[in-house]
Each structure stands twice: as C-alpha cells, then as structure tokens.
Design a protein around this ligand. Structure first.
Ligand code: XLS
Ligand code: CA
Ligand code: CA
Length: 439
C-alpha cells in the first residue's frame, strides 16, 4: 500500500459502527453491507475530485495558498504532478473510495505550447494508469479545464474568436482520449465560461449554436474512436459568467432537445449549483430523473448565507436523504457516482482535514442511503402520493387524462357535480414522519 503522504492514516479508514467516537472511522459507511439488492459501495460509487482535494491550496480572493501540502513542494511542474498523483492514490486507497475525477490540467500541467500540454497529459496519464492498476481505483469521469487559461476569458466553445473555439475543441479531443485510455466511465462537460455578461457585446443565439456545434463534434468524435463512456453535462447558473447557458437541469434539457443532442447526454447534478440556481438539490435531481437523464452527482453543499459556490462537504442529512430517495427510485446512477466536488475550508490547513471532510461526506450519504431505503421499503410516502392523485384513477379524472372529454363535456360535468371535496396535503405530518426515520 502507498504510504508516504498521509502517515497519520495507518490503515484504510475502517467502519467502526455508530457507537464509535473515532473521528477517523466510518460510523455508517460499511462498504460491503447490503442495502436492498446492492452493497453500499455499489449504491454510492464515491469519487474524489482531484482538483479540490489534490490541487486546492486554500486560496481565496483575499489571500493566497494556506494549505500544507508536501506533494506540491517541487518547483518543477512535472515532478509536482507526479508527486501529486502518488499522494492522490494513497488518499483514495486509504479512504476506500473506488473512483476519482479530474480535469486534464489537474493531473498534468499546462505546457508552453498546445503540443507540450498534450505531451504532459500523455506522460502523467501513463503514470496515473499504472497507479489505477496498482490500487484498483477507477476513473469515474474526466473533463477538460476550459476556464483557467486566459484564452478562455470570453468563452471556449462559445468564444467569439474561432481560433479559441478550435483550441477548445482540440483540448477536449485530448481530454476524451485520456479519459478513454484510463477506462473513464463518463466524460463531463461543464460550461466553465460558456455564458455571457452583457447583451451589448453578445449574440446569444449564435453562441448557443456554437455550443451545440461544439458538443456535436464531441459526440461524433466519441463515436469515431469507440469511447463508450456516458457524456454528461453539468448545469450551473452563474459563476464565473453572469448568465451560464446551462443554467439548470430544465434549461439544459431544453437546449439538448432543441439542438438534437438529447440522446447523447445525461446530466451531472451538483448540489451547490442547484441551490445557486434557486432550486433545492432534490428538485434538480427529480427534474433530471423524470426525464431519464440523471447520470451522476457532484455531492457537496453551499452555505445559505453565502451567495457563491462554496463547495462544502455534504453534511446535511435531510437533503442527502431526499437525494438518495430520488436516486433509489430510479434504481441507481448507472455508470455515474457520487463525486465529492468539495473542498475543505481555507482554515483547514492540515492534510488530515481532507480525511475528515471525506469521511463526513461518505458517512452522511451512507446514513442517507439507509434511511431512504427504509422509507421506501416501508412505503411511507409512496402510498400517500398514490392516494393524493387517486381521483384520476376513474371517473372524470381518468376521462380528462385519457383525452376522452372536451372542455364542453367537462363544463357539463362540473355543473352537474358541484364543488370538489378538498383534502389536506398533510405536509407537517409527513415532515414529522420523515424526521422520525432520520432520528
Ligand atoms: C465548477 C464545477 C466544475 C465541474 C467540472 O463549479 O463544479 O468543477 O464539476 O468542470
Ligand atoms: Ca461540479
Ligand atoms: Ca461547484
């Protein structure tokens, strides 16, 4: 086992049960425990985000790096990338997660030229591949960083400059190549700077057409090289741009339909992006799920008092349990997983904090899974929901929904049948029941 960067973690983090007070043990996540017909590991498919966990420095707009990170000491970018990869796989293994995710520029540095960047990616890609083999950790998804390079300041696929769009396409080609080479199960498109600030300089229709073209070329390339991973789009309403084209699940689904791309993509729903869009996490999940398009999840949370993408580790059992209900009701995430797109706070400077963050997130989802499965098994809400719509099962309700009556017929029926008898929706009672399963 790799054991250089996190010597305080002697063993893989163990499951010790609910009574344990060991902060470096799981109290709920027992990866082989069966829940319904799958193990916890099969349900949850946890993944670590390379960018926050391995590359994050704790910087914010008021100050630079604060974290202590032995693997980021070398001044030579390639050596630094290699040490980071070794530290990453040590962390994955010790945490007992089976997946990780990266942007091309997370694992390998940007070179002086486009070609040099591609060479670096290949070189570090080979190292990462051997580490995957050594540890058994797999790639949930890869993606391209189309937002850090100043070239992308005005967008990548939606840039007004065709040379920049070409650059972005070439970069995505290489990112798909490395994802395929590493056996990635999905590939993500997050519209980093695909959006706009002002109509005074922007042709929105044109930019959306460019974005559709950009995605279409990726779809064609996927087919050409026989990459079988799932393509995912990750909605986000703002930050970095004021208006992002993929602002939430419904907007993204409409965009994909409008441009004939719907069959080639699913959605990667991030909790903090949902709340930034003014939606709840579970709302975004259900919108994606009922369209058959919930492909994967970026598991994190925001802060209700801060209006930006704080990417905190998920610890809110209420919200996580709701999320797990949606996921279980669609029978899992398929090739997707729960990727902790989350970072420790600027003041959490010790590498050990990375373990506390992930352990908390994993335990919260494990507990959420148990509670959600129990509520589903007990049919706590499904009966209530079925009952709530039962008036559509027969009579006028069934006739309306089957298209068997006209507005005139309905008017005659209403005149003959008087006013409806109303029933309580029982929200408070149901919330109490929900709480009784959580506590
Ligand atoms: C940023 C996004 C990003 C995507 C991958 O807000 O969450 O990290 O998940 O590009
Ligand atoms: Ca994300
Ligand atoms: Ca985010």
């Amino acid at each position: 086992m790799l054991n250089r960067y996190f010597p305080q973690i002697q063993n893989p983090v163990r499951f010790e049960g609910n009574e344990s007070r060991n902060p470096l043990a799981f109290r709920y996540y027992d990866k082989n425990q069966k829940v319904g017909d799958k193990t916890m590991a099969e349900h949850l498919r946890f993944s670590v985000a390379y960018w926050h966990t391995m590359r994050g420095e704790g910087a914010d707009i008021f100050g630079g790096a604060s974290f202590q990170r032995d693997w980021r000491r070398s001044s030579k970018p390639l050596d630094c990338a290699k040490e980071t990869a070794e530290a990453a796989f040590e962390l994955f293994q010790k945490l007992g997660v089976e997946y990780y995710c990266f942007h091309d520029r997370d694992i390998a540095p940007e070179g002086d030229t486009f070609s040099q960047s591609c060479d670096y990616l290949k070189e570090i890609g080979a190292l990462v591949k051997s580490l995957q083999r050594e540890t058994g950790v797999k790639l949930l998804w890869g993606t391209a960083n189309l937002f850090s390079n100043p070239l992308f300041a005005q967008g990548a696929g939606t840039s007004p400059n065709a040379h920049v769009m070409a650059w972005a396409l070439a970069q995505v080609k290489n990112a798909i190549d490395i994802t395929k080479e590493l056996g990635g199960e999905n590939y993500v498109f997050w519209g980093g700077r695909e959006g706009y600030e002002t109509l005074l300089n922007t042709n929105v229709k044109r930019e959306q057409e460019q974005f559709a073209r950009f995605l279409r070329m990726a779809v064609d390339y996927k087919k050409e090289i026989g990459f079988t991973g799932q393509f995912l789009i990750e909605p986000k309403p703002c930050e970095p741009m004021k208006h992002q084209y993929d602002s939430d699940a419904a907007t993204t689904l409409y965009f994909l339909k409008e441009h004939g791309l719907i069959d080639h993509f699913k959605l990667n729903i991030e909790a903090n992006h949902a709340t930034l869009a003014g939606n709840s996490f579970e709302h975004e999940l259900i919108v994606a799920s009922i369209a058959g398009k919930l492909g994967s999840v970026d598991a994190n949370r925001g802060d209700s008092l801060l209006g930006w993408d704080t990417d905190q580790f998920p610890t809110d059992l209420y919200s996580v349990t709701m999320a797990m209900m949606v996921i279980l009701n669609q029978n899992g995430l398929g090739t997707g997983g729960l990727n902790f797109d989350a970072k420790v706070r600027r003041s959490s400077i010790d590498p050990l904090d990375l373990f506390y963050g992930h352990i908390g997130g994993m335990d919260t989802f494990a507990r959420g899974l148990l509670v959600a499965q129990k509520m589903i098994d007990d049919k706590v809400f499904s009966g209530v929901i079925d009952d709530r719509y039962s008036s559509y099962g027969s009579g006028i309700g069934a006739q309306i929904m089957a298209g068997k009556v006209t507005m005139k017929d309905v008017e005659a029926w209403v005149r003959a049948n008087g006013a409806p008898t109303m029933q309580s929706a029982r929200q408070e009672m149901l919330e109490n029941i929900f709480n009784s399963y959580i506590f």
